[in-house]
Write a protein that binds this ligand. Sequence first.
Ligand SMILES: [Ca+2]
Ligand SMILES: [Ca+2]
Length: 149
Amino acid sequence: MAAQLLLTEEEKAEYKAKFDKFDENGDGTIPTRMLKFAMTAMGHDLTEAELENYVAKGNETTTYSELLTMIEVKVKLAGVYKIYSEAFLAVDKDGSNRLCADELRQAMFTVDPSMTEEDINAMIEKFDFNEDGKLNLLEFMQLIIHYTR
Ligand SMILES: [Ca+2]
Ligand SMILES: [Ca+2]
């Protein structure tokens, strides 16, 4: 199943209803200090760092569309992360949470049969940032991002 990258109309309507509850004086904005509670009520986390960063940009109040944008970015990132981790699990045949050369070779062979062993080894070497000879999820994500853009 494809990961969700966009909000549905129903979800937006639900968020709007919740937003309105936090907008006590009905001026279309909520105080940013309420933002964390509003996000939690909508089922999304806002870290202290994210909140601080947002306030530091001079946002003392938050409109519904600003809040929606924030949630959409989160949903999108989570969706992208899900796609990568599913691909990673599919390649990691032995479930070791690391991709070895054999596993990558099998995966790459279906994508590009002309790839040689040297190509695969060079690929691992390039993205093996912690130098354990294998690729973990973060390293694998860098590899995919590199080859798909
Ligand atoms: Ca493995
Ligand atoms: Ca590694």
